[in-house]
Design a binder for this molecule. Structure first.
Ligand code: GLC
Length: 484
């Protein structure tokens, strides 16, 4: 099959969050199954890689929009980048710390249109458009409106986060080249008097997917107003994300001070913990349980919950290291934690890949108190590094972390009821009971949990095969209008 990913980000070049990781690692996994994969994404100011200029063009619908296309090849995947002075020469991808860029409708809507234009110009052969979240959700609509040459191409839309839908004022319609007759609630783009990109994507794609089975169930019940449409979608699947096990491998990771495997993790993790504490200037004794959190700083990630337990957790003997960037409100909250607990808390407000690796390797516990979590990637990485996750029971966290208390025979972490402060604190205290470290050796129980975590298989293999099956379903649907 020939698959084209149209994505707003890919960690092969730049990323803001998990979507970027998936765009990169899933593309690699699909490629390794023998399919051809091409990725089209914007060229943001902060992409520093060497890219080859390809051609310059104006949008046929509006020749005030000029764009240039650049090319690159990575992991045997062809990348095309859309460079557009007015849209992508900015410091961030979607939003500054003050909030989303006000012209996101045009930035991403027209990027989706331009992607089709590039395919046409380069006569790219293709069977599947795999599009991701609201920024590229208009691709199937534009296909149907303006690109009869791609009428055979089936589209698969993956929802990574149903909270962000790309809702904009109706006045954008003409500049997006969407006819007013599509401004209707059924079979159109209208949503409570505005345009909703995700809604358009769900309506016009052949197959809808999301990134874990539990999140698929959750958004069929509630998806900020789109749950009805999602429930009606006949072909809707929840497929768990994987992680890139080449990049995330404690045995070969060059960003950590000591490599380790399941055979020698006690020594390996202790060395990494020592190093991590040194870097962050955390002077507390090595045996104190260290909690790490690497996260985008948004309300989804549950920092409000951390605020509620922090004082008690510190009294119970935990240390904390936070790393992340995002909304100003949460950046300030982290700085506040640092100020209030200078002995036990460290925080860095930045996106830093290397520090993230060190935190995954050097922490004892990894925290994800998310309010909702479509899949979550960090908990899987943490487990691969033998760092025991403490997570809220939602979405992909529910599907990947087995609670040790309810399943002592196979538990890999500790989970708690979402948005429940006491349940959260209880999960930490439970972890505390089993965690013990003396002379660089963990207690028997903790060793067992760590080993189970490290044994879990979070590679893409199985999920990529599921996507392969879904691509076939989508192609059949496109061709025959039905699958069975
Ligand atoms: C989004 C979701 C996260 C998911 C990621 C990749 O960032 O919030 O849960 O893991 O997309 O699908």
């Amino acid at each position: 099959m020939r698959v084209i990913f149209v994505v707003p980000e890919s960690s092969a070049y730049i990323k803001a969050g998990g979507l970027g990781d998936v765009a990169h690692s899933l593309a690699k996994a699909i490629k390794s199954l023998g399919h051809s994969v091409t990725v089209i994404m914007p060229r943001y100011k902060n992409i520093k890689a060497d890219l080859k200029p390809s051609f310059t063009h104006a949008l046929p619908f509006d020749n005030s929009i000029n764009f240039s296309v650049f090319e690159a090849k990575k992991d045997d995947i062809n990348y095309f980048f859309v460079s557009c002075q007015d849209f992508f020469e900015r410091d961030h991808i979607y939003a500054s710390p003050k909030g989303p860029y006000p012209d996101n409708a045009l930035r991403f809507g027209l990027f989706s249109l331009i992607s089709l234009e590039i395919m046409k110009k380069l006569s790219l052969e293709c069977d599947i458009f795999h599009i991701h979240d609201w920024p590229t959700a208009l691709v199937p609509l534009y296909r149907d409106l303006y690109y009869p040459e791609f009428s055979h191409v089936a589209s698969v839309l993956t929802i990574h986060n149903a909270m962000h839908q790309g809702i904009f004022e109706a006045e954008y319609l003409p500049r997006l080249h969407i006819p007013w007759d599509l401004f209707r609630p059924f079979g159109g783009v209208e949503f409570y008097g505005k345009i909703n990109f995700l809604k358009a994507g769900i309506t016009f794609c052949e197959v809808l997917t999301t990134v874990s089975p539990s999140y698929a169930r959750e958004i069929s019940n509630y998806a900020n107003g789109l749950e009805g449409l999602i429930r009606e979608k006949k072909y809707f699947f929840g497929i768990l994300n994987g992680i890139d096990t080449d990049i995330w491998n404690p045995e070969s990771d060059r960003m950590i001070v000591a490599n380790y495997s399941i055979k020698n993790f006690q020594r390996g993790k202790t060395k990494n913990k020592q190093h991590l504490k040194e870097i962050f200037g955390l002077k507390t004794p090595i045996q104190k349980p260290l909690i790490g959190m690497v996260s985008r700083l948004t309300s989804q990630k549950g920092l409000d919950m951390v605020e509620k337990i922090l004082d008690e957790a510190i009294q119970e003997g935990f240390d904390f290291i936070f790393l992340g960037s995002g909304e100003e409100f949460y950046q300030e909250m982290l700085m506040g934690f640092l100020k209030s607990y200078p002995e036990s808390v460290r925080a860095r407000i930045e996106y830093n890949e290397e520090l993230a690796h060190k935190i995954y390797a050097g922490s004892d516990i990894f925290l994800m108190p998310s309010i909702f979590e479509p899949c979550g990637i960090s908990q899987m990485i943490a487990m691969r590094y033998g760092t025991v996750p403490v997570v809220s029971r939602v979405g992909g966290l529910l599907d990947t972390v087995i609670d040790y208390i309810s399943s002592p025979e196979e538990g890999t972490g500790f989970s708690f009821d979402v948005k429940n402060r006491d349940s959260f604190m209880m999960a930490l205290l439970r972890a505390r009971v089993f965690y013990d470290m003396e002379c660089c050796r963990f207690s028997k129980d903790w060793q067992e949990i760590v080993k189970r975590c490290m044994k879990r298989d979070f590679s893409w293999q199985k999920s990529a095969q599921e996507y392969e099956r879904i691509y076939s379903i989508a192609m059949t649907l496109r061709k025959y209008g039905s699958w069975s």
